[in-house]
Design a protein around this ligand. Structure first.
Ligand SMILES: Cc1cc2nc3c(=O)[nH]c(=O)nc-3n(C[C@H](O)[C@H](O)[C@H](O)COP(=O)(O)OP(=O)(O)OC[C@H]3O[C@@H](n4cnc5c(N)ncnc54)[C@H](O)[C@@H]3O)c2cc1C
Length: 313
């Protein structure tokens, strides 16, 4: 029996969320006395570095067919069976969200998504998970023999005290996907929003797409990803991949800077779990100030140039 982690990667590199998932699995391993095995389906040639985060072994499986949720899930579930997984850990990313429920069904397992705590084993196997867009928490007990946990990105510390671990390659191919994907448009060269620790986000208060130069400049200066409110992406000022909120992406960065965004409940649904929120708005009554840790009441067109200059200095 072991704890198996789905090692997710992008552009031939393991994602930060994979390191979080392995560090998290290691904590469970210490509680229940089991080893952590990372399964690397991506085709990255050597996953030995995952040992630093707590994996005692990495199983490499070269899935050259690329990602489709059903084929990847089938393959991962069969490897979990082979490895005798009792706990399966994934990150609750786009990929994790599509793989984890399929794997749970294939393994006849209990499953929890949006997990934000290490299991409490004092009375079963209970985990805390965020519900209602992070507005509330639920404690759920997982009763089946196998447990599948999809953990919220940016919720757990990465522990990199270990060292490289042994790797093993297996020959396994995903069965042909039932779904055919013709094209994938990928945002490249940017910090992925769901992984970003710092996010600079802006709304309709920026007046037009031409003014995003300032948002981009501020984001570049502090190494942040950029995001926006729904109307901004609806109007085509920014790509839909930047839209955060109830109908967009849910994020949990360490710092969320909201510029010229009113703070409607649907927007907050996607960002209110951010560790620190800074709102910049010219209206002192803007709802965002109620949810913000820090607020600047002022015109973004005056505040931003000063902030950018101060950071440059
Ligand atoms: C079913 C449903 C789902 C939705 N899902 C989402 C979602 O996922 N994400 C989302 O964002 N919205 C969503 N919305 C829309 C949401 O209700 C708001 O309409 C939207 O968030 C408002 O965007 P905004 O704050 O950019 O624009 P506005 O509401 O127009 O606010 C602009 C803000 O900028 C400030 N401002 C103006 N000029 C300046 C300046 N010069 N300097 C500083 N501040 C300035 C104003 O004071 C104001 O507070 C949804 C709505 C519905 C009904």
């Amino acid at each position: 029996m072991s704890i198996v982690v789905f090692a997710e990667s992008s552009d031939n590199q393991f994602k930060k969320s994979t390191f979080e998932a392995i560090s998290y699995a290691k904590e469970i391993g210490q509680l229940i006395g089991k080893d952590v095995i990372a399964v690397n389906i991506s085709g990255i040639s050597n996953g030995a570095e995952l040992g630093k985060y707590g994996a005692s072994k990495v199983v490499n499986c070269n899935n050259t067919d690329g990602f489709t949720a059903d084929a990847t899930s089938d393959l991962f579930a069969s490897i979990c069976k082979e490895l005798g997984a009792s706990v399966v850990v994934l990150s609750n990313t786009y990929v994790g969200k599509s793989v984890s429920p399929r794997v749970a069904v294939a393994l006849n397992a209990s499953m929890a998504s949006n997990v934000i705590s290490v299991p409490d084993l004092s009375n079963g196997f209970a985990v805390k998970r965020g519900v209602f867009s992070g507005k509330a928490f639920a404690i759920v007990n997982l009763n089946r023999d196998i447990k599948v946990l999809a953990i919220t990105p940016n919720s757990f510390e990465i522990n990199s005290n270990g060292s490289d671990c042994p790797t093993e390659s297996i020959n396994a191919n995903a069965s042909p996907s039932k779904i055919s994907i013709k094209a994938v448009n990928k945002v490249t060269g940017k910090i992925p929003l769901t992984e970003a620790e710092l996010v600079v986000s802006a709304g309709r208060g920026m007046k037009g797409p031409e003014n995003w130069v300032m948002i981009e400049e501020l984001a570049t200066l502090i190494g942040a990803a950029t995001a926006c409110s729904k109307p901004v992406s609806d109007m085509g000022w920014r790509p839909h991949s930047e839209h955060v909120g109830q109908t967009g992406i849910t994020i949990k960065p360490n710092l969320y800077i909201a510029i010229g965004i009113s703070g409607a409940i649907q927007h907050l649904a996607g960002v209110s779990s951010s560790k620190t929120i800074v709102a910049i708005n010219k209206d002192p009554e803007a709802p965002f100030f109620k949810s913000a840790d820090y607020g600047i009441v002022g015109d973004a067109f005056e505040v931003l140039p000063q902030l950018i200059q101060a950071l440059k200095n």
